[in-house]
Ligand binder design. Structure first.
Ligand SMILES: *[C@@H]1O[C@H](CO)[C@@H](O)[C@H](O)[C@H]1NC(C)=O
Ligand SMILES: *[C@@H]1O[C@H](CO)[C@@H](O)[C@H](O)[C@H]1NC(C)=O
Ligand SMILES: *[C@@H]1O[C@H](CO)[C@@H](O)[C@H](O)[C@H]1NC(C)=O
Ligand SMILES: *[C@@H]1O[C@H](CO)[C@@H](O)[C@H](O)[C@H]1NC(C)=O
Ligand SMILES: *[C@@H]1O[C@H](CO)[C@@H](O)[C@H](O)[C@H]1NC(C)=O
Length: 283
């Protein structure tokens, strides 16, 4: 039976249809579309692997709902529906970060890609995720140097790039002091800095002493030489200091003895003098 509508019913029906069309446009939030598109572009640049099976666009699934990555494996969104966490630790993922468009994730606070098989270098545009608080790229096969753009991550609380093939030096501009020029950039909020077992070398910059919130500093199994900066005595919250297995030389700075919160001090396998004195204090 074919339904016959009155003019009034037709008008109401047309309005309902208009609303449905309008609402579906509103739901197709362009920001989360951009995030989804960026994630799919990255996925497509990697070898096919099952960890990304849930990362599919509606074109592939005939799913009529707008593209939202919030339910994809490893992705978390904030209340506004924007991606704020990417957690893919220990999945054995093969690939690189070369095609990861960091500029598409202005709300990202957490990026955890530890214990995978990511190779290549850390892209310069990582500096675009300026709200990032946790960056864990440890235990991968990343090479190249630490990009200076990391200085843009002023809210970063934890940086862990341990167990990679990172080369070069620690750039002192990542750790600016109070008197530095405006605008204020640098890893100003760091509590945990872990660069264990990489290929980093050169001097340990004394500017690390500017990281006033630092709790953990782990730089063992690298090629650092020269002295331990006396400025470490300014790190009043420091609990763990591990500089073992480097080529550090000279005296152990007496300023370390003022670190009242230090409970774990490791300086073994270096070329330091007067080891006994400070070890006795730490014990
Ligand atoms: C990718 O892997 C999934 C299962 O893991 C499989 O269903 C799909 O056909 C694969 N796609 C390509 C292009 O190889
Ligand atoms: C990564 O590549 C290796 C070597 O080709 C392979 O054995 C492994 O299964 C790959 N990992 C995944 C998650 O597909
Ligand atoms: C730093 O972040 C701002 C946005 O907060 C961005 O415009 C700029 O390009 C970033 N710089 C680098 C070096 O990534
Ligand atoms: C940090 O330590 C150095 C050397 O111990 C000292 O000269 C400097 O004044 C200290 N800076 C601050 C801000 O406390
Ligand atoms: C260790 O220090 C001694 C004396 O200061 C020096 O002769 C030696 O070359 C140093 N070794 C290394 C590996 O730096």
């Amino acid at each position: 039976m074919i339904p016959i509508f009155s003019l009034q019913e037709c008008v109401s029906l047309a309005m309902v249809v208009a609303w449905v069309v309008l609402l579906s446009f509103c739901k197709a939030d362009p920001a989360s579309n951009r995030e989804a598109a960026a994630l799919l572009k990255w996925k497509d640049s990697l070898p096919n692997q099952s960890v990304f099976n849930s990362w599919v666009s509606p074109i592939h699934t005939n799913n009529p709902t707008p593209l939202s990555p919030c339910r994809w494996y490893g992705i978390t969104c904030n209340n506004a529906g924007k991606v704020n966490q990417i957690d893919l630790p220990g999945k054995g993922i093969n690939g690189t970060l070369e095609n990861f468009d960091f500029s598409s994730f202005p709300n990202l606070v957490r990026l955890d890609l530890q214990r995978n098989n990511f190779g290549g270098s850390i892209p310069y545009n990582i500096g675009m995720v300026s709200k990032l608080q946790l960056l864990d790229l440890s235990t991968n096969s990343l090479d190249g140097s630490l990009p200076l753009s990391l200085a843009n991550l002023t809210l970063l609380s934890k940086l862990d790039v341990s167990r990679n093939q990172i080369t070069g030096v620690l750039d002192s501009r990542l750790f600016p002091g109070e008197s530095s020029t405006q605008p204020k950039i640098g890893l100003l909020s760091l509590k945990y800095l872990l660069l264990q077992d990489t290929q980093l070398g050169g001097k340990i910059p004394q500017e690390i002493g500017n990281l006033k919130f630092l709790v953990t500093l782990v730089l063992d199994k690298n090629h650092f030489d020269g002295p331990i900066p006396p400025s470490f005595g300014n790190l009043s919250h420091l609990q763990i200091l591990n500089l073992g297995n480097n080529q550090l030389s000279g005296n152990i700075p007496s300023t370390l003895a003022t670190l009242r919160n230090l409970t774990d001090l490791r300086l073994l396998a270096n070329n330091l003098s007067d080891f006994e004195a400070v070890y006795a204090h730490g014990a």
